[in-house]
Write a protein that binds this ligand. Structure first.
Ligand code: ZN
Length: 146
């Protein structure tokens, strides 16, 4: 499991995981000692607090994957920065989303060829429970971004 989670980000570590029916739940945390403030670019190792961030990724061996990340909020060390705190971010996960970028990519690719309703049915089996309106939103988001 550790090797798999490191495919998302090499700094991630697995605390534990459990398989319940057709889903797998992976509890993970970042081992990075320092995070970079996205607003000013300064590094910080002063953790403010921890919070849980949950998201889905591509399926693993046919099981829907749920990742529960112990995410950290840091104090920004830069007195010039207008933000006092910032959350640790990851390249594989967008801001405030509940799906990894590669899962979003996968959903978009499928839905470009078949209807949103057919996409919903296909994904429900072993990838993710997602409604057709959420699929449409992903497509819309893609079309506005580029
Ligand atoms: Zn900052």
């Amino acid at each position: 499991m550790e090797d798999l989670i490191k495919l998302l980000d090499e700094n991630l570590e697995v605390d534990t995981y459990e398989i319940i029916d057709d889903e797998i739940f992976i509890y993970t945390k970042s081992a990075r000692t320092e995070a970079t403030c996205p607003y000013c670019g300064h590094g910080s190792n002063k953790v403010h607090f921890f919070y849980t961030r949950e998201f889905n990724d591509l399926s693993i061996l046919g099981k829907k994957s749920n990742i529960i990340l112990k995410n950290r909020k840091f104090f920004c060390n830069n007195s010039e920065c207008k933000y006092k705190t910032f959350a640790e971010t990851f390249d594989f996960l967008g801001f405030k989303t509940k799906k990894t970028k590669r899962l979003e990519e996968y959903i978009i690719n499928i839905s470009q060829n078949i209807s949103s309703l057919a996409t919903e049915k296909l994904l429900k089996k072993n990838v993710i429970k997602i409604g057709k309106s959420s699929i449409c939103n992903l497509l819309k988001k893609r079309n506005t971004v580029g």
